[in-house]
Ligand binder design. Structure first.
Ligand SMILES: Nc1nc2c(ncn2[C@@H]2O[C@H](COP(=O)(O)OP(=O)(O)OP(=O)(O)O)[C@@H](O)[C@H]2O)c(=O)[nH]1
Ligand SMILES: [Mg+2]
Ligand SMILES: [Zn+2]
Length: 344
């Protein structure tokens, strides 16, 4: 793979800003100014937050900063994530032309997608909050999908209280769609909706529009699967003023470098996000992992040991079901895989 310097620098800058940001103090007891108004964070880049607020019965965007202590119920967690409900004190800039805001508080998150923060012990990295659907976007080929990734994200969505949806993009790259239907059968059995689409040829886009209407959906997945291409189709002509540095300098690369919420003209709110390679689960341990594998549910109760981990214990009904072909062997592989990466 070619080294992409701009992408690297963008990424490094984001990490630097995020780390600086994490150092901010959280004050859970602060009294919030009566002047503060409510808003939603649409993008968070380091210290600068783009928020949507209601002003004179109209929704407007306002650039905000964070300074000093902010009141928040979330400890050891991302201070402000896209989707967060925030409280803002407004003021006008020096020319009295434009409103600017200062974030003074963050509210409790209803739903969220969280991962274990990279390189930081016991710190929750919230990718986005207060949304409905986690659209797990993968492609048929270029890059090939990986079911271990899907399994992790299905668990993360359950932990965060979000409904998982699988989106298989780039179906134009295969002539054997039946293979994918068969390979992903287990997720259908788990009642996870699956969309087969091509953002290049336009297949399945109307179905995605219909499905995401009046909902807030985070599009999440590995780099290059086509999240932004799909999102651009959903946005159509209607674009919002959230530009990326790389788009502005127009170097011809569109790799997404930060999370941002966008509005469509058909009533869906869409969150685009940078591609991920690894995803360490947050808020789960070895003991409760199996509870998130619902295809194990009907066997688990027949294990001989109450605290069976379904790995080495004798008379394990889950292992028996795998051997009998009743549990998908790849799901069991995922289980083992994730089990190994978790704390006791
Ligand atoms: N063949 C084919 N190519 C596609 C399709 N959708 C997107 N692509 C191509 O895949 C490449 C990556 O697309 P992006 O939309 O930038 O992917 P992304 O998931 O947003 O990537 P990151 O922002 O890096 O996470 C581009 O060259 C797209 O033209 C599709 O349905 N079929
Ligand atoms: Mg992208
Ligand atoms: Zn067992």
């Amino acid at each position: 793979m070619k080294f992409d310097k701009e992408k690297y620098l963008n990424k490094r800058e984001n990490i630097r800003q995020t780390n600086a940001f994490r150092g901010k103090l959280v004050n859970t007891k602060a009294t919030i100014s009566e002047k503060a108004i409510s808003g939603i964070a649409l993008s968070v880049i380091g210290n600068s937050i783009l928020a949507e607020i209601e002003l004179n019965n109209k929704n407007v965007l306002v650039n905000c900063s964070v300074s000093g202590k902010i009141s928040s119920p979330n400890k050891n967690s991302t201070l402000i994530a896209v989707g967060d409900s925030i409280k803002i004190v407004l003021s006008q800039n020096s020319n009295n032309e434009k409103f600017i805001g200062r974030v003074v508080a963050v509210e409790e998150r209803n739903t969220k997608l969280s991962r274990y923060a990279v390189g930081k012990k016991n710190f929750e990295h919230v990718i986005a909050s207060n949304f409905d659907y986690l659209m797990i976007v993968v492609s048929t080929f270029q890059p090939n999908y990986n079911k271990r990734f899907i399994d992790r994200l299905v668990i993360a969505s359950e932990i965060g209280g979000i409904k998982p949806i699988i989106v298989i993009n780039k179906i134009d790259l295969t002539e054997d769609l039946a293979f994918f239907f068969d390979d992903l059968k287990i997720y259908k059995e788990l009642e996870i909706p699956i969309f087969y689409i091509s953002s290049l040829a336009g297949n399945g886009i109307d179905e995605i529009k219909e499905f995401t209407k009046n909902k807030i959906s985070l599009f999440f997945g590995p780099s290059g699967v086509g999240k932004s291409t799909l999102i651009n189709l959903l946005l159509g002509e209607y674009t919002q003023e959230i530009r990326e540095i790389s788009e502005r300098t127009n170097k011809g690369q569109h790799t997404t470098s930060f999370v941002k919420m966008l509005k469509t003209n058909f009533g869906a709110k869409i969150i685009d996000s940078p591609g991920v390679r690894e995803f360490a689960l947050w808020d789960i341990d070895k003991q409760n992992l199996a509870l998130h594998f619902h295809d194990f549910d009907k066997y688990r109760q027949n294990c001989k040991y109450y605290a069976c981990t379904h790995i080495h214990e004798p008379d394990c009904a889950v292992i028996q079901a795998v051997e009998d072909g009743q549990i998908d062997i790849e799901r069991y592989q995922s289980y083992l895989n994730i089990f190994d990466t978790l704390e006791e």
